[in-house]
Design a protein around this ligand. Structure first.
Ligand code: CTP
Length: 410
């Protein structure tokens, strides 16, 4: 789903020589779908892998390939291209181009504009792509360290089959992941240094090997919060019940099924975390004992005699832990209610013993891409009006950061 997070942004997309140039066509499209305008600049080597015609047709702008291009009035393409850009993104970025950047060389347009860009205001993001031996070569790793020290943002690489027939590290990230990284780059880094644990989705409590009890939670709000926290600079671990959602880029994920599994995974991660955001719709009860075999109808009309026991309260036990009590772990609870949202949320905040509780009306939130929230803390109630779950997640992250670090936000 497009979030138009790059609306109004002008991106210089630089292509250097490599087979991964074939992905640059899709990348150009994906950037535009998020609202960006794209100016393509290609090295001579890149033009051997994909044509200027293709990139011009996709970007809707003439492509620049030479520092001697006479189109700019003052004949200084490197100056006006770098001054117009909100970011310069090199994808694919070859080993040779990284070496050039490390040395500050500027013998063709793309490296020239990278050197000429205003360091403070125009970020440079590199999406490397190369053979695994080239990637792991000490010279490449040394050059990467150098360009990072000089202010470039070096994106990761993928692992897998390479065009050369070998398998390993060095593939360019997929276009969707590069766009996500760029969007994240523009988000304020409000949670740098925080370790955020998010529980999300429903749990599934088995009755027998084929049946169980679950609920309508889709996990979308929790996954959006994990993404927003990662964008804000936090390390994020997502503990997810059974949901059909892709893992947000850069987030670690542990999949669980039952409330007891979720409790065990959370307990294991809690000593690491400095923030817990419990969005999961944990089943309150589970069958006292799950049948090992499928329970069969015997035709008599008799129904199974199910008995339930209460599940452990994951959030409450975290909030009561010594680290939470000592202020080393900040716990955020969620309440999915069907009515009397404010009163129920205030009551739940006190019952769970958490500083911040986020309330929403479950039936108008489950499975949807939008939602509306209320935030309840000791100061009162804050409303976050209906918006996409990702936008709300970013607002919640901003509110959370303000509460975690009042001095920094002031
Ligand atoms: N929660 C939890 N472990 C449970 C039950 C709930 O960690 N066993 C967490 C949820 O992730 C959420 C908060 O507690 O952050 C509120 O959950 P909710 O189910 O809405 O509240 P309950 O305590 O179950 O109360 P009720 O069902 O009566 O509304």
């Amino acid at each position: 789903m497009n979030t138009f997070d790059l609306q109004g942004k002008h991106i210089v997309l630089g292509l250097t020589g490599g087979v991964a140039c074939y992905k640059a066509a899709q990348l150009c499209r994906d950037l535009q779908r998020e609202g960006a305008t794209v100016q393509v600049v290609m090295t001579e080597a890149a033009t051997h892998f994909i044509t200027e015609v293709t990139m011009q047709a996709l970007s809707g702008r003439p492509v620049f390939t030479s520092q001697w291009d006479a189109r700019p009035d003052n004949n200084m393409a490197h100056i006006h291209l770098s001054r117009e850009a909100d970011a310069v993104l090199i994808a694919p970025c070859s080993a040779d181009f990284i070496a050039k950047l490390a040395q500050g060389r500027a013998d063709e347009l793309l490296s020239l504009l990278c050197l000429a860009r205003p360091l403070e205001s125009t970020p440079l993001l590199l999406s490397p792509a190369m053979n695994r031996e080239m990637w792991s070569h000490p010279a490449t790793q040394r050059n990467l360290d150098q360009v990072a020290a000089d202010g470039a943002v070096v994106l990761g690489v993928g692992t897998g089959d390479q065009a050369c027939g070998e398998t390993g590290d060095g593939r360019m990230l997929e276009p969707a992941d590069i766009v996500t990284e760029l969007i994240a780059h523009f988000q304020p880094k409000r949670l740098t240094g925080r370790k955020v644990l998010v529980t999300a989705g429903p749990t599934f409590e088995a009755i027998d090997p084929v049946r169980g009890i679950t609920n309508h939670s889709s996990g979308k709000m929790g996954f959006a919060i994990a993404r927003a926290a990662q964008e804000a600079g936090a390390e994020v671990l997502l503990i997810a019940g059974p949901v059909q959602l892709p893992t947000p880029h850069g987030v670690q994920r542990v999949d669980v099924v039952s409330a007891q599994d979720m409790m065990a995974a959370t307990q294991q991660a809690l000593p690491w975390a400095t923030v817990l955001i419990a969005t999961a719709a944990v089943a309150d009860w589970r069958p006292a004992s799950a049948s090992q075999q499928k329970i069969k109808k015997d035709g008599s009309g008799e129904v199974p005699d199910l008995h339930f026991v209460e599940n452990p309260d994951i959030l409450k036990s975290a909030a009561q832990s010594a680290r939470a009590q000592a202020g080393e772990l900040y716990c955020v609870g969620f309440a999915a209610e069907s009515q009397d949202l404010v009163a129920n949320a205030q009551h739940k905040r006190a019952r769970k013993g958490v500083p911040l509780l986020v309330g929403n009306i479950g039936p108008t939130a489950f499975g949807r891409d939008d939602n509306q929230l209320i935030l309840v803390d000791a100061q009162g109630v804050t409303e976050l009006p209906r918006a996409s779950k990702l936008l709300l997640a970013r607002q919640l992250v901003a509110e959370l950061a303000r509460r975690l670090d009042p001095l920094k936000a002031a």
